[in-house]
Design a protein around this ligand. Structure first.
Ligand code: F6R
Length: 256
């Protein structure tokens, strides 16, 4: 895993935005895997300000809550349109977000996987990380080979996401999420993490053993996984200075 540590979330997000922008310019028909939550917001604002051409881009979101009406302000459908898509020229038919109201969830999950395959696979998968190490909503002990499916959130994730809903009780307990096996098939994984509350999860993912207890640790097995993190999220890494040294000494052409 390549660990890129920048002093602030804004600087780390700007670097991640440049990685994505470069890809979109080189391949207008890129397939992007997208994430929601607080972490990608500065990145999405930066991408919007770059005024890129999204007319041929295809997107697949990682996850969605089950059971909320689609237009509820906290669905990931609403989140994505509000914070990214409506500010771009993306075609609505190119946007894919799991349907948390699907009548047959297993069939919908299988179809979601098929759509990813039919689109040619994901070029860049954007990821946040939960305080328990989850990626997508693959909570600790998720199968490292899992595919898109229903998951039950941990109490910790419900508590972490209570800030979006006003209280923990209002957070839906069930979600549809891409599996870890699905995420690992993306050609590049780009993980973002900001703030001290992510430091333990990042240390486990980067320097700990590969284990379903910290699902993000599977990224150690991915050929092109980059983590853009701020100083606070890097604060529990034993080798933080080594990662800074590696980045500072890269040839310019290799920095993005
Ligand atoms: C969201 C997702 C989750 C979040 C994670 C961190 O689509 O898949 O894995 O990335 O829960 O959430 P924030 O960014 O709100 O700390």
């Amino acid at each position: 895993m390549e660990i890129i540590i920048r002093p602030t979330a804004a600087e780390a997000s700007s670097l991640a935005a440049r990685i994505i922008a470069k890809h979109l310019r080189e391949k207008p028909k890129s397939v992007l895997g997208l994430a929601t939550g607080g972490t990608p917001l500065p990145l999405y604002r930066t991408l919007i300000a770059m005024d890129l051409d999204w007319s041929e881009v295809i997107t697949f979101n990682l996850d969605e809550y089950i059971g909320l009406p689609r237009e509820h302000p906290q669905t990931y459908h609403s989140f994505m349109w509000e914070n990214l898509f409506r500010h771009t020229n993306i075609r609505p038919e190119n946007v894919h977000i799991p349907d948390g109201n699907a009548a047959d969830i297993p069939a919908h999950c299988a179809e979601y996987e098929e759509r990813i395959r039919n689109a040619g696979g994901i070029d860049i998968q954007l990821l946040g990380i939960g305080t328990d190490g989850h990626i997508g909503f693959n909570e600790p002990t998720s199968s490292l080979a899992s595919r898109t499916r229903i998951k039950t959130l941990t109490r910790q994730t419900c508590a972490d996401n209570a800030r979006f809903f006003g209280s923990e009780e209002k957070v839906p307990k069930h979600v549809i999420t891409m599996g870890i096996g699905t995420i690992m098939e993306a050609r590049m994984n780009l993980l973002l993490a900001f703030g001290e509350n992510k430091a333990a999860a990042i240390a486990g993912a980067v320097e700990g053993p590969i284990s379903s207890i910290n699902p993000a640790s599977i990224l150690q097995m991915h050929p092109v996984a980059k983590a853009c993190i701020d100083d606070a999220a890097a604060s529990a890494l034993e080798r933080a200075n080594y990662f800074r040294w590696v980045h500072d000494n890269k040839p310019d052409w290799q920095k993005i």
